[in-house]
Design a protein around this ligand. Structure first.
Ligand SMILES: [Fe+2]
Ligand SMILES: [Fe+2]
Length: 131
C-alpha cells in the first residue's frame, strides 16, 4: 500500500471525494503489483489508471464549469500538466515494462502532487461548490 486512508484529505464534496477514493484504490493496487513484479497485472492497472485519471479530472472540470468556478483555468492547467506527465510514464511503460520506473514516478512525483493538488485546488473548488 502506497497511500493510506487519511493521507489525502477529504474535501467535503461527495463527487470529488468519491473519485479520489477510486484513484487511491487503483494507485495502491498498481503499486502492489509493481512491487511484486507482476507485469501482466501492473499492465492492466496502468490502463485502468489512464482511464481513472481522466475520469477524476473530467469530473472536477465538469463541476467547475457547471458552477462557473473562477479558478477553473488554473485548476485545469494543473490537471493538464499531470495528464501529460502520466501519458509519458504510461507510454514508456508500454515500451519497457520497467516496474522500478513507475514505482519511482508514483512515490516521488504522483503522490506528492496528489496531496498538494487536493489540499490547494480540490479543497478550494469543493468549498465553492458545497456538497
Ligand atoms: Fe482531484
Ligand atoms: Fe483537481
Amino acid at each position: 500500500m502506497l497511500i493510506k486512508p487519511g493521507d489525502v484529505q477529504k474535501v467535503g464534496n461527495l463527487f470529488i471525494d468519491t473519485v479520489h477514493e477510486e484513484e487511491i484504490r487503483v494507485i495502491n493496487e498498481l503499486y502492489d503489483a509493481l512491487v511484486k513484479k507482476d507485469i501482466d497485472k501492473a499492465d492492466k492497472l496502468m490502463d485502468e489508471m489512464l482511464v481513472d485519471l481522466e475520469d477524476h479530472f473530467t469530473t472536477e472540470e465538469e463541476l467547475m464549469r457547471e458552477f462557473e468556478f473562477f479558478a477553473y483555468p488554473m485548476h485545469k492547467a494543473e490537471h493538464d500538466q499531470m495528464r501529460k506527465r502520466f501519458k509519458e510514464v504510461y507510454d514508456k511503460w508500454k515500451k519497457e515494462k520497467n516496474p522500478d520506473e513507475v514505482i519511482r514516478f508514483l512515490k516521488e512525483e504522483f503522490v506528492v502532487w496528489l496531496k498538494s493538488h487536493v489540499a490547494r485546488w480540490d479543497r478550494t473548488t469543493a468549498e465553492q461548490l458545497g456538497d
